[in-house]
Design a binder for this molecule. Structure first.
Ligand code: FES
Length: 162
């Protein structure tokens, strides 16, 4: 009877642990760390922004996808070893913002918001309720790391949603 009980209990506990794995990981705390984006040498010294895809491990319940594209950022050199990072999603309604090299500004094609090269609202009639969203950035050695986050659109205040 003991052997039979163990033979039933061990697989049942193992199955329960696998089934509960996403909940246990969530309880361990959300991952809000920095992601390596690009080498510092990839940014020109003249302060012109460059767009980079953000790759990160995507974990969805029981599935882990390594180095999957999760978004994009604009990086701009503000000094020899200082960098500014901007979210590429428009704070108005979530369209993607383009950088226009000829105008030296950011432009959202959905409702014509424009932003200066540092992300500030360029036009007082802009429908965007706030400037482009800045992201925390660190230069570690010769690499640029960003804490990639998304933010609620359409709000005057910046609220992170992931
Ligand atoms: S979504 Fe960018 S201006 Fe409306």
């Amino acid at each position: 009877m003991v052997i039979g009980g163990l033979a039933t209990l061990v697989p049942a506990v193992a199955g329960l642990l696998v089934w509960m794995d996403p909940l246990r990981r969530r309880g361990a705390g959300a991952e809000t760390g920095f992601t390596r984006i690009a080498p510092l040498s990839a940014l020109p010294s003249d302060g012109v922004p460059r767009k980079f895809t953000v790759l990160a491990d995507r974990v969805d319940a029981w599935t882990k996808t390594p180095a999957a594209p999760v978004g994009a950022v604009y990086l701009r050199r503000t000094g020899e070893r200082t960098v500014e990072a901007l979210q590429t999603v428009c704070p108005h309604a979530g369209c993607f913002v383009d950088y226009r090299p000829e105008a030296k500004d950011f432009f959202c094609p959905c409702h014509n918001s424009t932003f200066t090269v540092d992300g500030a609202i360029n036009d007082p009639k802009s429908p965007s309720p706030r400037p482009m969203d800045t992201l925390a950035v660190e230069v570690r050695g010769e690499e640029i790391w960003v804490r990639y986050q998304n933010f609620q659109a359409g709000q005057r205040e910046k609220h992170a949603i992931s």
